[in-house]
Design a protein around this ligand. Structure first.
Ligand code: SAM
Length: 237
């Protein structure tokens, strides 16, 4: 098997998923993904006129809750490296004509966002395709991009820490989601990867430890019994 954390592999995976991602995401999470995105964004109190960076933006799934607290003086910088996801994000941008949105087709580990550009950094479901070394690089980038005092909130699907929920949830992610994926994409393999990444990611504990040793004040966040987890916090220096 290819190295599943290799950027080219991940990029191709999301290119393939792009036609079905929104529907799949909504259906297979029973609408929870939408709710979790809103909750994740709410963890930082976005004020009007500020700059928010949405990392691993996909097709802009986190934009609605971000823009709800924005005005024409606010700025949203949305970054993703999948050509197909970015194409959809560009289309979505046209629907938000009154807002200042910059879409960047870039790898987070080689991006053009200036130092201290952001008041807030958000990321929805873009963590599990990184290994620990890449998560450390992500922390470095978020530290670089955020202004001192800037806030961040990051979330991903996780393995819950419950004897009752976990077996059902993992069976669902590993067996049922790929089957639903087969209905939309014609093959179960692409969506099977989400279960594989989630199992390896486990939860945001490692991420918390990584952020806890840098210049951040950080807290863990559990969403619906740990079916998703994340971190939120602030750059202190
Ligand atoms: C699961 S999707 C999440 C999309 C969206 N944020 C959401 O809330 O649904 C993960 C996204 O991360 C992007 N991604 C993964 N690794 C990346 C990297 N190194 N640089 C930029 N984008 C990356 C993928 O292309 C994909 O669109």
């Amino acid at each position: 098997m290819n190295d599943i954390y290799e950027p080219k592999y991940v990029e191709t995976l999301f290119d393939k998923m792009s036609t079905s991602y929104s529907k799949m995401n909504y259906i297979t999470s029973f609408g929870f993904s939408e709710r979790w995105r809103k909750q994740c964004v709410k963890e930082v109190s976005i004020a009007k006129g500020k700059t928010t960076v949405d990392l691993m933006t996909g097709m802009g799934e986190c934009w609605a809750p971000i823009l709800k607290n924005s005005n024409k003086y606010s700025k949203l910088i949305a970054l993703d490296f999948s050509s197909e996801m970015i194409l959809e994000a560009e289309k979505k941008k046209l629907k938000y004509k009154d807002y200042n949105i910059e879409v960047l087709k870039e790898n987070i580990f080689n991006n053009s966002i200036p130092d201290h550009a952001a008041d807030y950094v958000i990321s929805g479901f873009g963590l599990k395709t990184f290994n620990n070394e890449q998560l450390e690089q992500l922390a470095f980038e978020i530290n670089r991009i955020l202004k001192p005092g800037g806030q961040f909130s990051l979330i991903d699907v996780s393995v819950p820490n419950s004897k009752i929920i976990t077996p059902f949830y993992m069976f669902y992610l590993q067996r049922i989601v790929p089957l639903i994926g087969k209905l939309f994409l014609g093959n179960p393999e692409t969506y099977k990867m989400l279960g594989i990444y989630t199992e390896a990611f486990k939860n945001a504990d490692t991420l918390y430890n990584i952020f806890n040793v840098l210049y951040f004040q950080v807290d863990k966040v559990n969403y619906f019994y740990g079916c998703a987890t994340g971190i939120k916090g602030r750059k202190t220096l």
